[in-house]
Structure formats: C-alpha cells, structure tokens
Design a protein around this ligand. Structure first.
Ligand SMILES: *Cc1c(COP(=O)(O)O)cnc(C)c1O
Length: 385
C-alpha cells in the first residue's frame, strides 16, 4: 500500500499521542486529572436533549437530510446571528449547516486551494487550519502570533510571492489555545488585506459565546465589507455542550458558502435531521444555559489563574474561551513540562508546541473539569513545583 504524499507528511493529530500517554497511566490504575481537552464537562442542556428525543422518533426526520441543512435550521442560524450580532444573512444563500466546524474548516481547503498554493495560518493555532492546506498538498505560511503582538496573527509581513499564491487566510478569535481576543479594528485590517489580495478570509468563531466579565466577542460578519471576502464558522459544540453531536454552521460570502456546499454534497450527506432539530432548539433558546455555563467557567478561571501565577506559571485571565495559556518554567520544553506534570503530578495539560513552534514555552490548561477536580489538580501541581 502506498499512502498519498500529503498523508505521509501529516503528523498524527496532537491529541491522539497525548491521549495515549494518559490512557497508559490510567490503565495502571493511576487517577489523572485531565486539563488537556477542549471538551466541556457539562451535560447538554435538557431542553436540547428533549428536542432530539422527540425528533428522533419522528419518521420525517429519519431520511437523508437536505445537503445544506434544513431551511428551518438555516433560518434558526440566521436568527441567532441577528439576535446575537445584529447581522442579517440570507438563510438560503449565506448559511450552510456543518458536521461540526472542524469539518467545514478543513473542507474549505477542497473548495479553494490547489496543490502548490498557500493558506495563511496563525503560527499558534487550531490544527484544522493547517490541515485544510496540507491535506491538499498545498503549503501553509505561518503568520507570527506572539505575546508581543497580543497573539493577533501578523499578516502584514507575508512575502509578496506567497501572498500571490494564497487562497485562504484562517483566523480564530476568541482564540484557542491562547485565549486572546481580537478588537474589531483587527478584523477591519484583515478584511482590507484580503480584499486587496483577493484572498478568502475564514474566521473561526467557536467561542463567540464563552466569555467573561461582561465581554461580548464580536463577529467578523459585523464588520463592513466582511461579506465580500469572508466566511465565518460558528459551532454549537462549546456554547451548548454539544461537542459529540457534531453540528455547526458557516455563514457569509455566498460564493464561498456555495463552493463549500458543493464540496460537501459530493462527500457527505448532511447533518442528521434530528440533530438539526436539537440545534434549532439551542439556537432559538433564550441563551440562559450559555450564560450559566459561562458563570461556571469564570469561577474556575478565577481559582486557577491566581494559583498558577503563585506557582510561577505566569498567565493572564482570559476574557473568553475555556483555556488558560500559561508560561512554563525555564529549563523545559513545553512537551517536557507537560510530560513532567503528567508523570509527577498526574495532571494532563497540553504543550503549547502542539499548536505550532511559537507555542513553545507555554502550556494550555482547560477549565473543563469540576471545581473539586480543578482544586485537586492545583494541589498536585503545587506539590511538585
Ligand atoms: C472546539 C473548536 C471548534 C469546534 O469544532 P466542532 O467541530 O464544531 O466541534 C472549532 N475551532 C476551534 C478553535 C475550537 O477550539
């Protein structure tokens, strides 16, 4: 058997290797506190589960779904964008249901990038952005993303010859893994850059609703001109504790939405209609479950951040996301430090280098365990540091 060139060069997904090491310890009977996974610990709100239960028993929802998502789901998604951001989109032409936003982000590559071309991706970022290019035998160009630039990926110094071959620029704020949030002016600059260079701007807004201290993250689509060059990805995974359900949507430029839809109707058959009904319940709800979920994360954040700073792991309190991005002590690589915490404290965190070389020197810690387990993790880390 001969694997494709791109697959031979693709590294295994970061979390696969980390999960293996953790599973090995757990198989030996060791209790590990897992702060390495970006998966909410809370249950999906009951009203969403109930909507699914009812839908799954209805024969009308048991057939192949409409490829782009049911008109009702797309209308609910458009309604959410209107209520949350004041953005008007046409549910039929400017919204597409996705089997999770990871699916949509990677398949966007199939719609726009050919072999030898480029995607611009942040030098610290969610691995799916790179996969959109590398799985197409295309190149990635890493935009510097550093503490000095506030983790706002710098697209202003991309070499001209790269820009000329670039099809998509990926950004994602509020950011996984750094927790950084982008001001609206940054989106405006990105829109201007993409318009000038005929590049599709893909914004991943998975944490739009997971925010603290009264901060409300903006949408790219709120900005003037966004719809001419942009497509934005919204996920139901984080806000509604629905990671396992696989539902999200893209909205924005009609040509981009149509192109991604064409890729998808050639390779998948859409989101299970019953899951779309559950998604409608979530998107049209009063959003009170999202707010109570944020209050839980904020409380954990406010316990964890001072404790980490006390231990010498410098970090700021993020205004959004479910992650704390902390500096590690001198003398370790972030992989070595993550291994040290796993083996000595039995606490699993994610090494920053897993998100790109510029993540070296940091670890990402998730707020997705109960308060008790978080306290336990803090005590264990204190004991070994
Ligand atoms: C969790 C996450 C997503 C959401 O992925 P789904 O496929 O919708 O579950 C997208 N982008 C980032 C940065 C994430 O952390």
């Amino acid at each position: 058997m001969r694997l494709s060139k791109c697959l031979q060069e693709t590294k295994p997904y970061l979390f696969v290797e980390l999960n293996r090491k953790r599973a090995e310890l757990e198989a030996r009977g060791i209790d590990v506190v897992t702060l390495s996974i970006g998966d909410p610990d809370g249950a999906t709100p009951q009203f969403i589960v109930d909507a699914m239960k009812e839908a799954v028993a209805n024969p009308a929802y048991q057939h192949y779904p409409a490829y782009a998502g049911s008109p009702e789901f797309r209308t609910a998604a458009a309604g959410y964008l209107k209520n949350r951001f004041g953005v008007d989109v046409d549910p039929m032409g400017e919204v597409l249901a996705l089997i999770g936003s990871k699916e949509g982000l990677v398949h966007l590559g199939n719609a726009f990038i050919d072999e030898g071309e480029y995607a611009l991706v942040p030098s610290i970022g969610y691995p799916a952005y790179s996969a959109a290019a590398t799985l197409r035998n295309a190149h990635i160009y890493l935009m510097p993303t550093t503490p000095e630039n506030g983790y706002l990926a710098d697209f202003s110094h991309v070499p001209e010859e790269v820009v000329a071959k670039t099809k998509i620029m990926f950004l994602g704020y509020p950011n996984n893994p750094t927790g950084a949030c982008a001001p609206e002016s940054y989106f405006d600059e990105a829109i201007a850059f993409c318009r000038e260079n005929d590049i599709l701007l893909a914004h991943d807004n998975a944490y739009a609703d997971i925010s603290y201290d009264g901060y409300r993250p903006p949408a790219l689509l709120q900005r003037p001109g966004a719809r001419e060059v942009g497509i934005e990805f919204f996920s139901l995974s984080k806000g509604y504790n629905m990671t396992g359900w696989r539902i999200a949507f893209a909205a924005g430029n009609a040509t981009a939405i149509k192109a991604l839809g064409t890729v998808k109707n050639n390779l998948d058959s859409g989101v299970f209609n019953a899951v779309q009904q559950a998604g409608i319940a979530a998107l049209t709800s009063d959003q009170s479950t999202v707010r109570s979920q944020c209050a839980i994360y904020q409380r954990r954040r406010d316990v964890l951040v001072p404790a980490l700073n006390d231990m010498g792991l410098a970090c700021e309190a993020p205004k959004a996301t479910i992650y704390v991005w902390a500096r590690i002590p001198e003398g370790y690589t972030s992989m070595q430090f993550a291994d040290f915490l796993l083996n000595e404290a039995h606490v699993a965190v994610t090494p920053g280098s897993g998100y790109g070389a510029d993540g070296e020197g940091f670890i990402r810690i998730s707020l997705t365990v109960t308060d008790d387990r978080l306290e336990e993790a803090i005590q264990r880390m204190r004991a070994v540091l």
